[in-house]
Design a protein around this ligand. Structure first.
Ligand SMILES: NC(=O)c1ccc[n+]([C@@H]2O[C@H](COP(=O)([O-])OP(=O)(O)OC[C@H]3O[C@@H](n4cnc5c(N)ncnc54)[C@H](O)[C@@H]3O)[C@@H](O)[C@H]2O)c1
Length: 380
């Protein structure tokens, strides 16, 4: 049976959900568009679930009349208030896509009204808020599903495949970055009270994916938030995370970068990989053999070096990045399957809580100027 979903907050993201769910094709709408824009086919839609068989858009509500007009012009059903959504017995799922400071109260109210919740990232502003919401989910038996959609980004799928399948040996160092030059977007994202700042906005995506990929316990975090643009919230950060067993990750978000570094860099015991951009251009470079050990020094800059001398091309194998095929609509689909008891939850509240605690440790590190030891919760 199809589940009916109502969207609260029909702005940039909520409007996107309305189009994606309302059209029945899900995220394929966007990927098809961005394929055109990027001039290259970046996805294989053959793996996509037909969400029109699982989800139906009940309607939308936004407190801004302009957004209601936008929704009406596209033929979406309008609710006159949030309360009207909660009172509609035919609604199974409430999708919370309002600014971050409203996620807590709206998620709790929806679950108390017997609705399952799909909540936009960052699900909450703090681990305390999230603990409260997860307790209500447990108490009511209603699903709380964090929408960490960037686990389905192509670049992440590629790096995860390289990592999981040890295509460059065992990865011991990974760098995950997003860098833009447009500052902090919009209005509420610039204010602390509304859950603004780039740690909550983009950090949550990068950390969610990183911890989904690397399962080792975290040992320490060292972070510096940046305030280059002189807003009251961070406009980016640089974070170093170390894991038990020796792996490390550098995570960086910037909004004042006019040249962007690659989205991903991974160093493994047998090679290195780089993903330059969202078009997923990049390569894997591996060593053909360790034979080429001896080299003559080269002149590099104003000095001689053997250590940093580039390798002979013959001793290297350069390969394209691996191909990945996956279901662009898996998150929407998983929400319905979990409700129907047919699948495990892919993005869990417990995972979101671990990510939130890591962000809080990072903020403490930035405030104190010190490396912070990360306490993993028991039974993780
Ligand atoms: N997962 C992603 O990739 C992604 C991308 C963008 C935004 N988001 C998240 O989506 C959420 C919304 O972000 P956005 O960029 O769409 O912001 P936005 O400002 O474009 O939209 C928010 C909408 O909520 C409405 N709203 C505010 N208060 C309301 C209330 N009390 N009742 C009903 N509607 C209300 C506003 O009028 C606005 O239209 C945020 O949590 C953001 O982090 C997620």
């Amino acid at each position: 049976m199809k589940k009916k979903i109502a969207i609260i907050g029909c702005g940039g993201m909520g409007g996107g959900h309305a189009i994606a769910i309302g059209s029945g094709t899900g995220n394929a709408v966007y990927n098809a568009d961005s394929s055109k824009e990027l001039g290259t086919k970046i996805f294989d839609s053959s793996a996509n679930t037909d969400i029109s068989e699982k989800l139906e858009l009940a309607g939308v509500y936004d407190s801004n009349p302009d957004r209601m007009k936008w929704a009406a012009e596209r033929g979406f059903t309008l609710y006159e208030s949030f309360d009207a959504v909660l009172k509609d017995a035919s609604v199974d799922i409430v999708l919370v896509a309002t600014p971050n400071h409203l996620h807590r109260e709206m998620s709790i109210a929806a679950m108390r009204a017997g609705k399952h919740v799909l909540c936009e990232k960052p699900v909450m502003r703090s681990s305390r808020e999230l603990e409260e919401v997860l307790a209500v989910s447990k108490e009511t038996g209603c699903l709380f599903y964090p929408r960490q959609n960037r686990r389905w980004d192509r670049d992440f799928r590629i790096i995860k495949k390289i990592y999981d399948e040890e295509l460059i040996g065992e990865v011991f160092r990974i760098e995950s970055r997003v860098q833009g030059s447009r500052g902090i977007p919009g209005d509420w994202r610039k204010e602390k009270e509304y859950g603004g700042g780039m740690m909550l906005d983009w950090g949550v995506h990068l950390l969610d994916r990183l911890l989904f990929m690397i399962s080792d316990p975290i040992e320490t975090v060292n972070c510096r938030l940046s305030y280059i643009l002189k807003e009251e919230v961070d406009d980016g950060f640089t974070m170093l995370i170390t894991f038990a067993g020796g792996k490390s990750a550098l995570v960086e978000v910037g909004t004042c970068n006019f040249v962007s570094l690659p989205l991903w860099y991974a160093a493994g015991t047998k090679g290195s990989a780089v993903i330059d951009n969202w078009r997923c251009e990049g390569k894997m470079v591996q060593l053909a053999s360790w034979e080429d050990k001896d080299t003559t020094p080269i002149m590099a800059g104003a000095g001689l070096t053997k250590t940093m001398a580039p390798r002979d091309e013959k001793s290297l194998i350069t390969q394209p990045l691996p191909d990945v095929v996956y279901d662009d609509n898996e998150l929407y689909s998983n929400v319905v399957d979990v409700i129907e008891g047919k699948a495990d939850q892919i993005v869990t509240g417990a995972h979101a809580l671990r990510v939130m605690r890591l962000m809080e440790a990072a903020i403490r590190s930035s405030q104190s100027g010190e490396t912070v030891r990360f306490e993993e919760s028991k039974g993780r």
